[in-house]
Every structure is written in structure tokens, then in C-alpha cells.
Design a binder for this molecule. Structure first.
Ligand SMILES: [Fe+2]
Length: 232
């Protein structure tokens, strides 16, 4: 398993992008379980459309899907990892497919960004909330002591993150350094290793009122792994 460093992928065909939006919009089971955040899990038809992209990135028969989610949201997201809870041997790549955004006339598109930090987390899925009083009851655990965060730069505050992330408590990203940031552009997929800490900018404060995306959480193909034949 070779981790692929953060990068953008080739743009989706416009018809595919539109069809993915339709899959989410028509899903009768989508769930608004928090204010301003709706998720959908009608993944099978989305996978039919996107399988060639994943095959191209990770290799045919080399991967399996460990989780996936459509998310429509009006607020920036916390620092977190996408490691799920199946153990580090299952943690490979995330692919985020930005699908749609709604804008005001003053929108600063370049500030609608996904921030990928250099830091790595080898444990179960978590939010990184040092200095925050909140303890959200969600699937992800909550980490307030960063001693097990790999590559931490003690005491460092990145000024660009401070500018992009007024939705975060400053201490949340203390010690985190930026590897790459990507403009969150509908139709342009982004990939990065699932064990990298990442966050979204506070896009809603920069004139982007809503965004819809789809995330795939990918693992090495476990059946190949069990026969010892995984060679990516
Ligand atoms: Fe994520």
C-alpha cells in the first residue's frame, strides 16, 4: 500500500457531477441530524459512476470502500481524521468529490478551502479539539491532548489557518503545519491519506452559503491482503 500525497484529480465529467448531485437530491433517506448538515448514504449508484476514478488512482482490485458519505453543510468543519475504526491496516486514501456550492455575490471562492496538515494520526477516527470546551457525541472520538499526533510542531500557530478558520478555537490547530490547501471547487476531486489531520475553512464567512460533497474512505483490498498478494 503506497500512500498518495495530497493532490487534485482530473475534473469530473459535468454529466457525472450533475448525476451525483441528483443521486443525493433524490435520496428519500437523507438525514439532517445536526443543524445545517445533511448526509446521504445512497452510495452504490455513486460508486457505479466513480469506480473508474478509484481504479485509476489505486489500481483495479487493490482497494475496497470502508465508508462513504454525501454531506451538505453550511458551516466549516473541525480538524479531524478519516481513519474510521477498523485498525491502521485498513487506512489508505480519502477521495473528496466537491459537487456543488451556493454563493453570495461577495463570495471569495479562493477561501473555500480544504486544508491538509502534515500531521498524522494512527489511531481511530477523531476530532482534534485542544482548548475547546465542547465534546461532541459523534462517531469520531475527541482528542484534546495532542501527544500522540505525529510530526507535531509544538506551539506553532499557522497564520494562514488562523485567517481561513475563524470557526476553530486557536488551540485546535496549535502545533499543526500546513502541507497543502485546495480550493473546494465543484467537479475537482481531491485525495489525501486518510490518517492526515485536515479541516475545512470557514467558507460560510467568505460568502459560500452551502456546499455539497461526497467522500470515499478507501482501504486496501482485504481479500488480497489475507492471501498475502497485495502489491500496490
Ligand atoms: Fe474528512
Amino acid at each position: 500500500m503506497i500512500e498518495i500525497q495530497p493532490k487534485e484529480l482530473k475534473a469530473l465529467d459535468e454529466n457525472v457531477r450533475q448525476e451525483l448531485c441528483d443521486i443525493f437530491d433524490r435520496d428519500p433517506h437523507k438525514l439532517t441530524d445536526r443543524p445545517g448538515r445533511t448526509r446521504g448514504h445512497n452510495i452504490e449508484p455513486a460508486m457505479q459512476l466513480l469506480r473508474p476514478i478509484v481504479d485509476d488512482l489505486l489500481g483495479v482490485d487493490n482497494w475496497q470502500l470502508d465508508g462513504a458519505i454525501f454531506f451538505e453543510t453550511v458551516t466549516g468543519y473541525r480538524v479531524h481524521v478519516d481513519t474510521e475504526k477498523f485498525g491502521p491496516h485498513r487506512v489508505w486514501q480519502t477521495i473528496v468529490f466537491p459537487l456543488r456550492q451556493e454563493l453570495t455575490e461577495q463570495a471569495q471562492l479562493e477561501k473555500n478551502r480544504l486544508i491538509i496538515f502534515d500531521q498524522v494520526w494512527k489511531k481511530d477516527a477523531a476530532f482534534f479539539l485542544k482548548g475547546s470546551p465542547d465534546a461532541p457525541q459523534e462517531y469520531n472520538g475527541v482528542i484534546k491532548d495532542y501527544k500522540d499526533v505525529i510530526n507535531l510542531r509544538e506551539g506553532y500557530i499557522d497564520p494562514y489557518v488562523e485567517e481561513l478558520c475563524p470557526h476553530l478555537t486557536r488551540e485546535n490547530f496549535e502545533g499543526l503545519t500546513v502541507d497543502k490547501t485546495f480550493t473546494w471547487t465543484p467537479g475537482i476531486p481531491i485525495t489525501f491519506p486518510r490518517n492526515r489531520l485536515h479541516a475545512s475553512s470557514a467558507f460560510h464567512r467568505f460568502g459560500i452559503t452551502k456546499k455539497l460533497g461526497l467522500s470515499f474512505f478507501l482501504a486496501p483490498n482485504q481479500s488480497k491482503r489475507n492471501t498475502g498478494s497485495l502489491s500496490v
